[in-house]
Design a protein around this ligand. Sequence first.
Ligand code: BG6
Length: 486
Amino acid sequence: AETGSLSIVLLGASGDLAKKKTFPALFNLYRQGFLNPDEGHIFGYARTKISDDELRNHIRGNLVPGKGASGEQLEEVSKFLQLIRYVSGSYDSEEGFQLLDKEISKHEFSKNTKEGSSRRLFYLALPPSVYPSVCKMIKNYCMNKSDLGGWTRIVVEKPFGKDLDSSEQLSAQIGELFDEQQIYRIDHYLGKELVQNLLVLRFANRFFLPLWNRDNIDNVQIVFREDFGTEGRGGYFDEYGIIRDIIQNHLLQILCLIAMEKPISLTPEHIRDEKVKVLQSVLPIEDEEVLLGQYDGYTDDPTVPDNSNTPTFATMILRIHNERWEGVPFILKAGKALNSRKAEIRIQFKTVPGQKQGRNEIVIRLQPSEAIYMKVTVKQPGLEMSTIQSELDLSYQQRYHGVTIPEAYERLILDTVRGDQQHFVRRDELKAAWEIFTPLLHRIDNGEVKPIPYRPGSRGPEEADQLLERAGYVLTHGYSWVPPTL
Ligand code: BG6
């Protein structure tokens, strides 16, 4: 492992993402010993003029583990907060970034790290409109000190543009300043435990290898549901909509992992090569295979225009034109303000000839209640000979007692420090992803495709279920999986 000074710089430190996700993830890494206080320093940078302590107080609430926090836990939080320094400045100010560099350098030369190393991680928790200017400032004033060795890396968050052109433009601007090896594009779904399990499940099990194709699988569903609306984020959301917010990134990344061929090796480049191939094999999306929705009351938000055409719900079918998947619909479905919160992958197999009981399915439940379960037909226990649907169930809480599943951001930030790009989106992957959705997005933006209203707290527009049926999905009546309780 590398040693010497490590500086994690959080740009946009006073914002929402930093407070809710990034700082808590850093704290968890610190708690588990991954941020050695002799080496690691955290810097917050933002425009707001506040003191170190004001920033610390601003984020403290999200670190303390709720009411009954013990004295020990509170002490841990305080120690962590002491690692944080704050620098204020604007995102295009030379003085601001010179000052930031000075602060970082101080620690790099401190006596504790005389080994000498200058590892600098810049996390842009910022709107993408300022990425180019911030990257330029970093490049001009804040690069790691080459005589000390180390590296400089940049972490960016979606939205990476709004369509193919804007995204390519952004990629080109950042690409002029940093090498692809220095750029970490986060899709936090790639940090989820069960998403990270997908390749293991697929390629390390004899059960699945021969069945994973069009001869056996009838359809695949990748579903994201939230039981709350766009509260407080209406302005951001209305510009992007559910396809850009969830489907083009989170669900599409999952599709890649389900559909890709076995990579030559488990190195990041080989894995990402295979993902790109899948994306490039996706056919243009047909209008009659898209169903959009917008929940009633969405436009009541003062930051959302009354005539907004932005979808808050979408079901659509993607078709992969290759030998393995020809004819198998990949149904992507995402919605806000629905009746439940969950994310899952549902792989439905073809009917067994003569069997009326219902189809086999493998369901990978990403959240909540992480689980992998297989729906199987068995004999109903008892004297009669009749069959029922049941399940083989690997529920994580039950099987892995006392194991805490790490937060996605925690894992991904650790990867950036370790220099592992496997779970980050490569530039050509991003481009291929935008190529799939841009024509549809433009039609929506122009008002040519319209969302159907649905009631908040419902399952979404009924027409979406009809689309599913047309795609060949067969619902098993009278069966539902209940997450086991301890
Ligand atoms: C974000 C979206 O990327 O993911 C949000 O912008 C969404 O709209 C969130 O709520 C969901 O993430 P998670 O990890 O809670 O499923």
